[in-house]
Design a protein around this ligand. Sequence first.
Ligand code: AQP
Length: 347
Amino acid sequence: MKDQEQKEQKEQKEQTGRQTIFSGIQPSGILTLGNYLGALKNWVMLQDSYDCIYCVVDMHALTVRQVPAELRRHAYEALAVYIACGIDPDKCILFVQSHVPAHAELSWILSCYTMFGELSRMTQFKDKSAKNTDNINAGLFTYPVLMAADILLYQANLVPVGDDQRQHIEITRDIAERFNGIYGPTFTVPEGYIPTTGMRIMSLTEPEKKMSKSDDNINAYISILDSRDAIMRKFRRAVTDSESSVRRGEGKDGINNLMKIYSCFTGKDDSEIEALFEGRGYGEFKTAVGEVVADALAPVKTRYDELMSDKSYLEGIMKRGAESAAGIAARTLSRVYRKIGFTQIKN
Ligand code: AQP
């Protein structure tokens, strides 16, 4: 980004006094209802009040083996889904992580300020290494360091994520505080912004597990781009329990999950849902959940199709976003390099 443009952006930020938000989603598949409720819906809500930077974190996706052509396609799809869900590229910086090399550069530095023991405690590492026993690579282990670099490069104040990412926000804060403690104020110490509803959407087939886009069973997740028929079918098949009255309860993970999803789309709380479906059984409830989800996702799918038919538009957004992000990231990286004692050559 040009010096003048950067200066103007800085001045504007000082005038508006707005806080910065950073978040991202891996293009490791087609984004799910979990990504929508845990992340995207909030991103859209936040874009008018904060300086938002939203990223397609393709480098993170590499921690699990990807088919190259699919990874490339999923990156375009993720960007199109962001926009189709309502993220406005004129209000936010939207970019693809691998287009800004500073993420990898800061990640290396931060890995030297992150302890092996800290990383060993990460539940996502434990879960993913149990799932990918033939590919427990070092990237899977150091994933939280790259995530810390993503956030700290932009001096983000808030990171909107689902409940599953709580631990990664904590380690980011620890790394930032450790670095600041040694070298003086360098990084903004970010806070997680975790929604109260839709915090963790669970699998439809194994409701004790979170809904994941890379689940081998396609019936376990609702993809944001699923057809109405597919959405209805998956909800009808959703695993519940042997009772029949719709009510929240211990050991009723399937129904609890469906109630949470229904609540996210209708704004109704548990007692309202229980009253509405009294005496109507699980079958009717599952159909009702499917309908509210399908209705909400239909316009997203239509907009997505339009966007995907114009690749050059998406590439223009990627390029513009990468330039803006790189300008901000370069300032943080240069400050870090100076503080840790790297030599720097003036251009
Ligand atoms: N099930 C979920 N419920 C609520 N929020 C969720 N998020 C993901 N799944 C759920 C939120 O989406 C953001 C980005 O997640 P991600 O896709 O980058 O990584 P992930 O959490 O590992 O998601 P997946 O779908 O489980 O990916 P795969 O299958 O590739 O590992 C985060 O804010 C996350 O909280």
